[in-house]
Design a protein around this ligand. Structure first.
Ligand SMILES: Cc1ncc(COP(=O)(O)O)c(C=O)c1O
Length: 380
């Protein structure tokens, strides 16, 4: 019986306290979702999307096929042009998710004999894309350019460096300026995943690279719409040739049904909404500042100036207990367990939002301080 085969690995996960389960709704103040700017819950944006969808030419439920067959439309092309203007790129290509966009880029661009070098804390979809590729692959120590340089010296063929603008589990930033210099010295191409900076920073939500005026020095940029943009999907931005290459060689683009018109409309409307409400970025920065200033004494907090803040509480059991204490105090906070993060780096991950009230943030910091003191004394 298949079930007998499956039970063995599941029970060993369970014994190690690593068994994943779909969570129930957790009541309390949201410090867990990626809805940094509150767009996912915006009634105004919801209504705009519905209005646009009910306009005559969009009355179709599904895309009906891959973009290369029946799933293309003038409207998708129009939205892609709009994205190119926002992300200041020659061209852009919409993907069904950030996961598939990264998979597509990493599996199709580097060839046999080439080398991918990715930050050790890069998201799983970067690592999975590298595994699908026929090239060599190495990780380098998180944000450590000396280690990256060492790996670049050993690399064969064309070299691709894969990094994130803001790291999803630590919330810290990639040293983009220095990375670009190093990549130039070693003739390496940069793949930048802007999942956690899309919407949050840059004019019209265009992310970190454009806000630092570095976009022209990065070969491949990936933006996702399921986080601060509050909707779903992703795009790759870059040169005309890059996009034409992906259309021809990226299997996660070619062999899948395109996003439905509803999702394309949502992308269109979400960027319009953010343009009209760019003050949301400032509000989020104020919330981040309040959290970082009030929590600067917190032990085991990782160094982050982004909407992602982290308190490391080693051990799956310890971090689960910590999260449940916080949940009982009416904070929706989830534990991040190993193997999602390395054993010993288990953590509670706190996501800050425009709609978090100041008092909730300062109350949370108080609870985290208590927790940090008590876990510190029990762990050691
Ligand atoms: C850095 C990073 N890249 C890509 C993704 C995947 O994006 P999506 O959720 O749109 O598939 C995530 C999602 O957690 C992420 O954190």
């Amino acid at each position: 019986m298949l079930d007998d085969v499956l039970r063995a690995p599941l029970s060993s996960l369970s014994k190690e306290n690593k068994l994943r389960k779909l969570p129930k709704d957790i009541p309390g103040v949201d410090f867990s979702s990626n809805d940094y700017l509150g767009l996912a819950r915006s009634e105004e944006l919801f209504n705009k999307i519905q209005e646009k969808i009910t306009s005559a030419h969009l009355k179709q439920n599904g895309a009906t096929g891959s973009r290369l067959l029946s799933g293309n439309s003038d409207y998708v092309l129009e939205v892609e042009q709009k994205l190119s203007k926002i992300f200041l790129s020659q061209s852009s290509l919409i993907f069904n998710s950030g996961y598939t966009a990264n998979l597509a880029v990493l599996s199709s661009l580097p060839q046999r004999g080439d080398t991918i070098i990715y930050d050790e804390l890069a998201h799983t979809c970067i690592k999975d894309g590298a595994r699908l590729s026929l090239s060599h692959r190495y990780s380098f120590k998180h944000n450590d350019l000396n280690d990256l340089e060492k790996k670049l010296r050993q690399a064969k063929g064309k070299k691709f460096i894969a990094v994130e603008s803001i790291y999803s589990m630590d919330g810290d930033q990639c040293p983009l300026n220095e990375l670009i210099l190093l990549a130039k010295q070693h003739d390496a191409f940069i793949i930048l995943d802007e999942a956690h900076s899309t919407g949050v920073t840059g004019t019209a939500g265009s992310g970190l690279a454009t806000s630092m005026n570095l976009h022209n020095q990065i070969d491949i940029r990936i933006y996702t719409f399921g986080k601060a943009m509050g909707i779903h999907g992703a795009c790759v931005a870059g040169s005309n040739d890059l996009i034409q290459y992906l259309v021809n060689f990226a299997r996660p683009f070619i062999y899948t049904t395109a996003l439905p018109p509803h999702s394309i409309t949502a992308i269109d409307c979400a960027f319009d909404y953010l343009e009209r409400n760019h003050h949301l970025q400032e509000i989020l920065q104020q919330k981040i500042k309040l959290f970082t200033l009030s929590s600067h004494n917190l032990k085991n907090k990782t160094d982050s100036n982004s909407a992602i803040q982290t308190l490391v509480i080693p051990g799956n059991n310890n971090v689960k207990n910590a999260a449940s204490i916080l949940q009982n105090k009416n904070f929706d906070i989830r534990p991040i367990l190993s193997p999602t993060v390395a054993a010993g780096a288990e953590r509670v991950r706190i996501c800050l939002h425009t709609y978090n009230e100041d008092k909730h943030i300062t109350d949370l910091v108080m609870q985290l301080t208590e927790l940090s003191l008590s876990t510190h004394s029990t762990i050691h």
